[in-house]
Design a protein around this ligand. Structure first.
Ligand code: HEM
Length: 176
């Protein structure tokens, strides 16, 4: 279930971010090899998992603070992705920025084992839209997010879908 939920949110959040940056979508259209960078940057800004918890198994010291065994600590993955010391101008969409330090998929020995599958699913979805000439742009109403949720999950994502002239040709070829 974890993988289904997170991958679905990854698709929605990537589309939300990319249609908010139509210039990035255009770059991806012209240079499809950059789609992986676009997805990584979109999910940096809008990660599906905002935070998770970890149990402290034994006391440890972290930057002058003792964290005692038995505590539960929140891993703020979304905050890591917006750390300005790692990602300068963190609110800016920049698919050329170095991706080292991303916390979209957690970190350490429990880092998400499904991360490549998750990104691949989003990648396939974007390619399918492109190959059928389907163009997405922001709808007239504002998107809405679920508030106070541990997931970065859209409640409503109004989009406008158009089909390009190229798509009509593809249909005609299939019909023929
Ligand atoms: C793009 C979509 C996905 C995102 C954003 C995502 C995110 C995450 C995050 C943040 C964690 C916690 C890592 C940690 O504690 O350090 C995690 C763990 C996990 N994910 Fe994903 N995930 C995604 C897709 C998937 C998929 C498709 C699968 C399965 C096919 C999957 C399976 C798992 C499993 C089994 C864990 C637990 C790993 C452990 O505790 O050792 N995830 N994921």
């Amino acid at each position: 279930m974890d993988g289904v939920h997170t991958a679905a949110l990854a698709a929605a959040n990537t589309f939300f971010t990319l249609i908010g940056h139509p210039e990035a979508l255009e770059v991806v259209r012209l240079s499809p090899q950059l789609v992986g960078r676009a997805i990584a940057e979109a999910l940096r800004l809008e990660p599906p998992v905002l935070f998770l918890s970890r149990y402290v198994l034994k006391d440890f010291h972290y930057q002058g603070v003792i964290v005692p065994a038995g505590n539960i600590i929140a891993m703020l993955w979304a905050a890591g992705n917006h750390d300005p010391s790692v990602f300068p101008k963190p609110e800016t969409f920049d698919m050329n920025r170095p991706q080292a330090g991303l916390t979209t998929f957690g970190g350490g020995i429990h880092i998400c084992p499904g991360r490549y599958v998750g990104v691949m699913l989003v990648w396939v979805l974007i390619e399918e839209f492109e190959s059928h000439g389907v163009r997405c742009s922001l709808g007239e109403r504002a998107a809405q997010w679920y508030p106070a949720h541990k997931m970065g999950q859209l409640k409503v994502l109004p989009v406008r879908l158009d089909r390009s002239a190229g798509a009509a040709r593809v249909e005609a070829e299939i019909a023929g």
